[in-house]
Ligand binder design. Structure first.
Ligand code: 6PG
Length: 232
C-alpha cells in the first residue's frame, strides 16, 4: 500500500487525472473500472475539461466497479453521473462503454455483467484482468459496493455480486474482491475527515481493521486529501 497525499479533493482529483492520462498513453488498450462518489465526480469533470482531445479515447474501455440498481436517468446512477460529467464530452466509441444495466433484475444483471467482463478483458488464472480499478471508501470502510455485512463478496468465485446498501436497502451490482485484487493497478480515491479513523486503522493494521472491506484490497495506491489521511 502506498499513500499519495494532497491538500484537498480538487488536488487529489487533478493529480489522479494527470496520472491516468499518462497510464493511458502508455497502453494499447486500457480497461478501467470506475467508481461513483464525490471525488470521481470532480475527476470526470477535469478529464472532460482538460483531456477530451489529449487522450486517445478509442483505446479506453469503461466499466463500473459498482452500480446502484436504478435506471441510468436516476440521480443515483453512477453511469448517469459519469455520462453527464465525462462520456458526453469525449470522443469515446459507444461500444467502449460497458455499463451495468441498473434497471434490470440485480441477480440476473450481476451474472450478465460478469460475462460481459469475461468476454471483453484479458484473462489470467481464470480471472479477468483490469488495467485499473478505481475505488472509493465509505466512512464504514466499504469499498465498491462491498459493505461490512457482506464480507463474502470478498472471496466468492463470481466476477460480480449483488450487494444491499445497509441503510437504504438499495440493491447494487459490484465487482467482487478476487477480481479487484487481480487488477494490474488498484487506486483508492479517499477524501474527507469522516474516513481518517478507518484509514489509520487500515494502514497501521490496528483494532478491528479486518472488519473493513477496504482493508482486504491488496497493493493499492491511496490518493487522499489531508483530512482523510490525518491522524484525527
Ligand atoms: C458508490 C461507490 C462507493 C464510494 C464510497 C465513497 O458508488 O457509492 O463506488 O464505494 O466510492 O461510498 O464515496 P465518496 O467518495 O463520495 O465518499
Amino acid at each position: 500500500m502506498k499513500k499519495n497525499i494532497f491538500k484537498d479533493k480538487q488536488t487529489v482529483a487533478q493529480a489522479f487525472a494527470n496520472y491516468l492520462a499518462e497510464q493511458i498513453e502508455k497502453a494499447n488498450t486500457f480497461h478501467i473500472a470506475l467508481s461513483g462518489g464525490s471525488t470521481p465526480k470532480i475527476l470526470f469533470q477535469l478529464l472532460a475539461d482538460q483531456y477530451a482531445k489529449k487522450i486517445d479515447w478509442q483505446k479506453v474501455h469503461l466499466y463500473w466497479g459498482d452500480e446502484r440498481c436504478v435506471p441510468p436517468t436516476d440521480a443515483d446512477s453512477n453511469y448517469g453521473m459519469t455520462k453527464e460529467k465525462l462520456i458526453d464530452h469525449i470522443p469515446i466509441p459507444f461500444v467502449n462503454v460497458h455499463r451495468v444495466l441498473g434497471a434490470r433484475n440485480p441477480t440476473e444483471e450481476a451474472i450478465r455483467y460478469g460475462k460481459e467482463i469475461q468476454w471483453c478483458l484479458p484473462e489470467e488464472k481464470g480471472l479477468p484482468v483490469f488495467d485499473v480499478v478505481m475505488l472509493g471508501m465509505g466512512s464504514d470502510g466499504h469499498t465498491a459496493s462491498i459493505f461490512p455485512h457482506q464480507m463474502e463478496l470478498l472471496t466468492t468465485n463470481d466476477i460480480c455480486g449483488v450487494a444491499t446498501h445497509p441503510e437504504s436497502g438499495q440493491k447494487r451490482v459490484t465487482l467482487t474482491g478476487p477480481v479487484i485484487n487481480h487488477a494490474k493497478q488498484v487506486h483508492f480515491l479517499v477524501t474527507g475527515g469522516s474516513k481518517n479513523d478507518k484509514v489509520q486503522a487500515i494502514f497501521n493494521k490496528e483494532g478491528n481493521y479486518l472488519d473493513y472491506p477496504a482493508a482486504h484490497i491488496k497493493g493499492a495506491i491511496w490518493w487522499m486529501d489531508e483530512a482523510a489521511s490525518s491522524e484525527g
